[in-house]
Design a protein around this ligand. Structure first.
Ligand code: IFM
Length: 441
């Protein structure tokens, strides 16, 4: 049998990613909590992983023992600024403790400042729909960065602005004040303006900081490459879903299906690109689907599908995403800020991890500047409108008892992190079904 390995450069960041509302528990003062209590989600976040109660310590121990040298976490705006006029210094101290906890465990922190949740007071004034949010976000960012700068130099302003805007204001699966594609685009424009203001504020407070955002990037392909309608629809969907932030950061003009918006202050406001990659969509023209601009995005029937069919395992997609990033922003460092699969039984996850990390390795070997990989996620956590029906953790969570149980993927990922690479022995041990694909003779 072939014996070989795919090694990464020294200093590569290996971690997992989490978000405050998904792990902390009892975040009663944000719009998601309210949305959950009114029956919009599959279960409620409740105590989640009880990180606010202190269980972050044991989970950080798990991550560190698993060889991880980095962690991406977020801070909860509604805890830090519970009303427009109050700052909760204890909440900031809680995050300082967590960040010190990472440092003590030898882990680099990447802190996300906005990950889908808004304080209720902001939501009640329709949050990101109006430009009023821009100075409010900047003020919040200044406060947080001022308080946490001793422990963190790597910042992510906003997580998946495209998902936040389209899920809320178009699909209606996330809480949103009003609805409409025009509002979703206005929200993204305001997020861009707020991101640009935050980018400058962070650099002012901490000149050595590296600031970016996390883009949920969806590669897409037309169902039939010969069909002008499928190709046209693929391009509409691809640009509409992916391109608002990247276009504005490249050129200062936000591309949108409803026209362009000048946001000159956004141009060049990233020191790295955060890429969240999960899967690739196939797109066809569908006259019966006006809600999605007459397109349909789906996974072909022969795809390697996850348990709830939420994700198709398409590892080449992460390579293509990185290639797109390098072509769009030559020389800009790239972090894979999320990648993972929901799989309570851990049947697909080991091969999903091995195959995606192999593709990241391929990219690194093309000298594409990928500097780190953050797996989503460390422990099962609250999956927004899907609640607890999807389990993304390397560790399983029993919600009743808070007990964590290690999945085989946690051991595989630990071996990868400790080795700084993927070996044929690991693949043979955890996912022999893809051995020939990863180590062809
Ligand atoms: O859990 C989410 C995360 O909050 C944002 N990106 C996708 C993940 C999996 O659904």
């Amino acid at each position: 049998m072939v014996q070989a390995s795919y090694h990464f450069p020294r200093g590569f960041l290996w971690g997992t990613a989490t978000a405050a509302h998904q792990v902390e528990g009892n975040n009663t003062n944000n719009q998601w909590w309210q949305w959950e209590q009114t029956g919009h989600t599959n279960g409620t976040s409740g105590l989640a992983c009880d990180w606010w109660g202190g269980r972050w310590r044991e989970d950080f121990d798990r991550a560190a023992e698993g060889g991880q040298n980095a962690h991406r976490m977020s801070v909860e705006w509604s805890r830090i600024q519970p009303t427009p006029d109050t700052w909760d210094e204890d909440a900031l101290e809680h995050y300082r403790l967590m960040l010190r906890g990472l440092r003590e465990r030898g882990m680099t922190a990447l802190v996300t400042l906005h990950h889908f949740s808004d304080p209720l007071w902001l939501y009640e004034q329709c949050g990101w729909e109006t430009e009023a949010v821009i100075p409010l976000f900047e003020k919040f960012v200044r406060k947080v960065v001022g308080a946490l700068k001793e422990y963190c130099t790597l910042w992510c302003t906003i997580n998946e602005p495209n998902v936040y805007a389209l899920s809320g204001y178009v699909a209606g699966t996330f809480p949103a004040c009003n609805k409409g594609l025009n509002i979703a685009m206005r929200v993204q424009a305001n997020m861009l303006r707020a991101h640009a203001a935050a980018y400058r504020a962070i650099h002012e407070i901490q000149p050595e900081s590296r600031v970016g955002y996390a883009l949920h990037y969806r590669p897409m392909k037309a169902k039939n490459a010969w069909s002008p309608l499928d190709v046209w629809m693929r391009n509409i969907q691809y640009n509409g879903i992916n391109m608002a932030f990247p276009s504005a950061i490249s050129t200062g003009v936000m591309k949108s299906p409803l026209g362009s918006v000048r946001i000159p202050e956004a141009k060049g406001t990233q020191d790295y690109l955060g890429l969240n990659y999960y899967s690739v969509d196939t797109v066809k023209f569908d006259i019966t689907n006006p809600n999605e601009m007459f397109g349909r995005r789906y996974y072909p029937a022969d795809s390697d599908l996850s348990t709830t069919k939420f994700i198709a395992n398409i590892p080449e997609g992460i390579f293509d995403s990185i290639k797109w990033a390098v072509r769009t922003y030559p020389n800009l460092p790239i972090l894979i800020t999320e990648n993972g699969v929901e799989d309570a039984e851990d049947k697909m996850r080991p091969r999903y991890i091995a195959q995606h990390i192999h593709q990241v390795w391929r990219a690194v070997n093309f000298n594409f500047p990928v500097k780190g990989y953050f797996h989503w996620s460390l422990v099962d956590n609250f999956e927004w409108e899907r609640g607890w029906t999807q389990r993304f953790g390397l560790w399983a969570l029993d919600l009743e008892t808070q007990k964590r149980t290690k999945r085989p993927s946690a051991d595989l990922y630990a071996e990868i992190c400790k080795e700084n690479g993927l070996t044929s022995e690991m693949v043979q041990k955890y996912c022999p079904e893809v051995f020939d694909k990863l180590f062809p003779v």
